[in-house]
Design a protein. Structure first.
Length: 267
């Protein structure tokens, strides 16, 4: 077994299996731009490693991730940055999800506890999702005055359909593990603390299969399911930048940080 430590991610290679753990160093295991960049690099490196045939993506023991760090300067004070910087930063999350979606080996997301916003988007880019019974999915972006980006809308629609995606994204419904399983978002439910164990069993099954046949099969399935994904979501990074200039965006962030109900005006 070999281990590789990045600043925000731990990677262990165990034979034909890789375990990637988010360990961002931020409260709630939140994403920052450096975390996203490292996840892109890890995905690219694992894609080139033809000895790895299954990859498990996990968070911490009691939570996956609360999503993007709202105290990041680009989120908290976007007006301080020029348009080009905001566009590039906003597009980074979509690039990360594409990098994980494009890995030819089987990818399994193992989720314990809360999985919010960007954590949901990243898990959607994986092939399979294992949730512990105490997992909770929550997408608060619209509720905070943003749009839902990272090209996650078509992935969610492909997986659970338009109505449930609207409930999850537009209405910001908090989805339990059982509900996620019933909807088809989660593929397996485990007892608390056992999502990685179940993910390992799936990964072990994957590595027992003929690797090239499996890779070609995954590619065919993804092309069939996702053929129009980019065409219908290429603009979502620009939409995020647009919302960042709105009064509702500022109110959404301020009300969250101040722990009070927001008052939106459509401005």
């Amino acid at each position: 077994m070999r281990s590789e430590n990045y600043q925000h991610i731990n990677v262990e290679i165990d034979g034909e299996m890789a375990l990637v753990q988010l360990n961002t160093g931020h409260k709630g295991n939140a994403f920052c731009l450096e975390t996203i960049s490292e996840l892109i690099n890890v995905a690219d490196e694992l894609s080139e490693d033809m000895s790895v045939h299954a990859i498990i993506l996990r968070g911490q023991e009691r939570l996956f991730s609360v999503g993007m760090n709202l105290n990041d300067p680009l989120v908290l004070n976007p007006s301080q940055f020029d348009l080009q910087t905001l566009r590039r930063a906003s597009a980074l999350g979509a690039k990360m999800c594409r990098a994980w979606e494009n890995i030819e080996a089987l990818t399994v997301s193992a989720i314990e506890g809360p999985c919010l916003g960007g954590g949901v988007a990243l898990s959607l880019a994986c092939d399979l999702r294992v949730c512990s019974s105490e997992s909770l999915l929550y997408v608060p972006e619209i509720e905070r005055g943003m749009n839902m980006s990272w090209q996650s809308v078509p992935r969610s629609v492909n997986l659970i359909g338009p109505a449930k995606t609207k409930r999850m994204f537009m209405l910001a419904e908090q989805v339990s593990a059982q509900q996620a399983f019933d909807w088809g978002w989660a593929d397996y439910i485990t007892r608390p603390g056992e999502s990685v164990k179940q993910a390992r069993e799936l990964a072990q099954k994957a590595v027992s299969m003929p690797p090239m046949s499996s890779r070609m099969c995954k590619q065919a399935i993804n092309v069939a399911a996702n053929a129009l994904n980019h065409a219908v979501s290429y603009m979502d990074a620009d939409q995020l930048v647009l919302t960042q200039y709105s009064e509702d965006f500022k109110e959404g962030i301020d009300s969250f940080l101040q722990k009070r109900p927001p008052k939106y005006k459509g401005k």
